[in-house]
Design a protein around this ligand. Sequence first.
Ligand code: ATP
Length: 450
Amino acid sequence: MPLEVHVGFDDTDSPLGGCTTYIGARLVEILAEKGFAFLDYPNLVRLNPNIPWKTRGNGAVCLRLSVGGEGDYEELKETVLAFIRSHYEKAWKDTEPAVAFLRGSVPPMLRSLSQKALRRVVEPREALRVLRACGGEALELEGRQGVVGAAAAVGETLEGDHTYEAVAYRLPERRGEPRAVSFDSVVEMDRATRPWTFNNLDPETGRVLVTPRGPDPVLLGVRGETPEAVKKALSMVETGEKPERWAVFRTNQGTDAHLGETVKIRDIPPYSAVVVEGFVAQPPQTAPGGHVIFRLKDATGEIFCAAYEPTGNFRNTVRALRVGDRVKVYGGLRKAQPLGPRTVNLEKLEVLETAPVVEFRSPLCPRCGKRMTSMGAHKGFRCEKCKHRSSTLRRVPFPIPRSLSSGLYMPPPRAHRHLTKPLSRYGLEKAGKPGSPPRPEAFWGLGPPA
Ligand code: ATP
């Protein structure tokens, strides 16, 4: 009897090198060559971007396969464990790799765990308990933290909105060297493939976004709506080096999967992804470093919201907010600073309703119609033209037109989280899994993609 098996793994890398997706890409080759059948593209599952102990983008990987029976399952387990054991980053003491295995379909309880891991902090104990309660097992190769990502990757079956990323990996001897990717070819690829690819370039700065920085094995990655689109786009980018391999992942990147229901300010836990609706309580101020900060209130309390310097022109939108504006903020909360207040790091801002802004001006002269001049606080007004004086007239309200209108505003793509849905994806959302299992040639190969 064929058996459905899910293999999730996480925390195999470190700031010194490595990448969990690369382990995934290598395992795909090994398992495909052993004849294991894949039920889905390799899944790249991004989790809560606000947890402090992530290396980079808090990504975990799940491979979903069909095996012939219990004997094949044991062989699969041994193959995966042997490979991860010998390839995780051992030079870094905080790397705590784990692998989660589940046979059969993914139960609702494990799906809920993944939802929590996208938005909140999950304790390794809880992840392990849920995985075991669902009939799964986990192997922690060092430490415990990795089990959260490993189990959550299994539980996120990407049946809601999802995207794809085609990644090219570097030959070992090139890792750590600068990446020579042709700017012009990225511009051309972007022009030819948009809107089926996204976030290739940053429109504000012209910066290329398909290449990471740092010593990891990724040469470049293109994100988009279909496996065909991202693979084609990847093949259009000219690089000064031959990739070792490529792989296409199905993923929750660019879907806002971490932004759930609106929460009350009182109930926001640290290290969480949040959506909060409220009113601007204090005008925006520019802090040292160029960060723009304002205070938001709802019926349960107040919280600071910050558009940090890297969010570029988005800060001008935030600066245009006024007290009383009704807004929805989307973002993440880090730990409360011992000396500072709780602050939402803004990923998106929705202006729901702007408040009327009035300026108080001197009254018009009742005799000649010219605007009068104040004679000082509580001393009345004088007309410079006809010399009329009055101690009873008051300043009059004058409505000021607002530069900000209702709508959704976002930082430029260079400041996006992996999970943030870019404006270009609105209207392109999709649901469901691939109709039939993809053939391995559709999602991996050696060298550059054909
Ligand atoms: P990369 O993106 O390059 O793979 P990373 O940013 O994913 O690196 P990891 O080294 O995988 O970073 O570290 C993330 C750690 O956080 C893992 O141990 C993972 O199990 C754990 N983790 C992920 N999400 C949560 C969560 N919501 N609560 C608690 N721990 C989590």
